[in-house]
Design a protein around this ligand. Sequence first.
Ligand code: SF4
Ligand code: SF4
Length: 223
Amino acid sequence: MAIAMLLDLAKCTACRGCQAACKQWNDLPAVKTTNRGSYQNPADLSYDTYTLIRFKEYERPDGSFAWLFLNQRCLHCTEAVCVDVCPTGALQHNELGFVSFDESKCNGCGYCVQFCPFGIPRLSEVDKTSTQAKSSKCTFCQDRVTNGVEPACAKACPTGAITFGDRDALIAHGKARVEELKAQGRADARLYGEKELGGLHQMYVLEEKASVYGLPEDPKYPA
Ligand code: SF4
Ligand code: SF4
């Protein structure tokens, strides 16, 4: 059985409980930030931030305004270029479907950062205390799910925007949600990730076109 998560962006209220739960479970430090006039905080993914709620103000074609939230993290591709370019085996396909990461094997080459079609992995800073850069990304809470426990972000989400389970069941649920959204007038609603890059193990229910959220409409394995 392949496992997955369904990120229903239409249900996300941007409370960022998932961000906090991810930091807590993975023992990641807070990132010092400055006020940039946005609730999006921190500004970007980083070595210490595996999941981020991106805030986007959007004017719909009918002139109405929407505040959209993208839950940005590794999408755990089936055709995962990061696994293929990693020279040390730090990134691997797990038999459950997600892309695991073993930081102890990472040599900091940065190939995964360079080639990921979603721009996800980030390298650590090299300074006086750390002479070896390391990559990082969401691990699908590999230490939890391989022990039968749901990912920390899915457990923390209070609105049902993050659901975890059997991938086929989540695809069926995602398609039903898209039909609901279309019936509510969201003509561009779609399930993102059923087939993209061989099938993603973190899929989105989108209210608008993928490009509105900054996602590639048709992500490609790099040539
Ligand atoms: S989203 Fe990027 S880092 Fe995650 S599995 Fe796909 S290629 Fe790898
Ligand atoms: S699955 Fe775990 S590591 Fe990935 S975003 Fe959720 S809490 Fe963070």
